[in-house]
Design a protein. Structure first.
Length: 385
């Protein structure tokens, strides 16, 4: 499934209304975004570079959003990291004009201006998720942090601004994100298979990570696995060189890092990978995307989901739970629960719809959203892997 097309009439209206002579710093001042104005004034070189961007959408944090980040001390700590402020601001800029009325319940995953390899390893720049939840436009970033658009469609010379109520979170690697998502067994398995560095740093990955319950269900089968076996199993959960968001998945076979194929099936909004159900989708990573599944995949058992089956499937015949969760020794656990990351859903593809890519004129950046072909190098990339 691809991204939503911006209707020509909407594009025409958007381009026409964007013919403003206001620059971005003036608009920020006029919108009483004093905290953001103060942050930008401390980094004039960054401000000049951002002001020069054309045909862009800027998600501008409100005063309360910046105050909330500052009150925890996180902003000062993060700002001490070389390049962080530039990266954070870059992450709030999206090439293309995204008007609120063109964001729907079908999620869109546009690239941002963040392409510093110290913070991201996604081709084309790190992404955000834009979607409509009820009547509110939500921008979802790292750790599934949700920022609501509180004031939309403020036009300036080079683009459009939406004020948001929470600073976007730059996505982290799978080791950090997995702790917050409670994926201790998966992270422990990656450590045991010497795959942690690959999963954290390789470019453009899609990871289907089994939750702890999935590993617990086959505990007896994990005890005698060799490192080579464990490596093969984990690599079978990874797509290499492909960032496959759920709105892009179709009914097809996909080649994995292990070399074998997994089969993606969509049934009434539910997404299955072989016989495993995706229970939490589109968790953004510094180098791709993570989908949580409810059973461990087996490269030697590629059976697909039985349409009449209930509960989590197992691809390991004879394996049973043993009462303890294997592979978790030495793995960090989260001190607080991130509800968005540990939530489970049966129909992660609800509201998704196919669409085509929009184009732009005068050599400008794409207006609206870029189609899947431009994002992933092929209109049917999944089918061709």
């Amino acid at each position: 499934m691809q991204y939503k097309t911006i209707l020509s009439a909407a594009v025409a209206v958007g381009v026409a209304t964007a013919q403003s002579t206001t620059n971005i710093t003036s608009l920020i001042a006029a919108s009483n975004l004093t905290a953001l104005e103060g942050l930008l004034s401390s980094f004039p070189n960054i401000t000049s570079a951002l002001a020069a961007l054309e045909n862009v959408t800027f998600f501008a944090p409100s005063n309360d959003a910046i105050a909330a980040l500052n009150s925890t001390g996180d902003l000062a700590t993060l700002a001490s990291q070389p390049g962080f402020v530039q990266a954070l601001l870059d992450y709030h800029f999206v090439p293309g004009l995204y008007y609120a009325e063109n964001i729907t319940t079908t999620p869109q995953f546009p690239h941002t201006a963040l392409n510093d390899t110290a913070f991201t390893n996604v081709t084309g720049g790190q992404t955000v998720e834009c979607k409509l939840e009820g009547t509110t436009v939500e921008i979802v970033s790292g750790l599934k942090s949700v920022s609501n658009v509180t004031t939309a469609n403020l036009n300036y010379t080079n683009g459009v601004v939406h004020i948001i109520d929470r600073v976007l979170t730059i996505p982290s690697n799978v080791s950090t994100t997995g702790v917050d998502a409670g994926l201790t067994a998966f992270l422990g398995a990656a450590n045991a298979a010497n795959l942690t560095s690959t999963l954290d740093t390789a470019q453009d990955l899609t990871i289907f990570a089994p939750n702890n319950a999935a590993f617990e269900a086959i505990g007896s089968g994990l005890a005698n696995l060799s490192t080579a076996d464990l490596t093969s199993i984990l690599e079978y959960h990874v797509l290499n060189g492909t960032v496959a968001y759920s709105s892009l998945l179709t009914n097809t076979a996909v080649k994995t890092l292990e070399g074998g194929n997994i089969t993606v099936t969509i049934e009434n909004g539910a997404v299955f990978v072989n016989a495993a159900r995706v229970v939490n989708a589109d968790i953004l990573l510094s180098n791709g995307v993570l989908h949580i599944i409810d059973s461990v995949l087996n490269p030697n058992n590629t059976a697909v989901r039985n349409a009449t089956a209930t509960g989590a499937a197992t691809a390991y015949a004879g394996a049973t739970a043993v009462g303890t969760l294997a592979l978790t020794s030495g793995v960090a656990t989260a001190t607080t629960t991130n509800a968005a990351l540990v939530a489970t859903m049966s129909n992660v593809a609800s509201g998704y719809a196919a669409a085509t890519a929009s184009t732009t004129s005068s050599g400008a950046a794409a207006t609206g959203v870029v189609g899947a072909a431009a994002l992933f190098g092929g209109a049917a990339f999944l089918a061709n892997l």
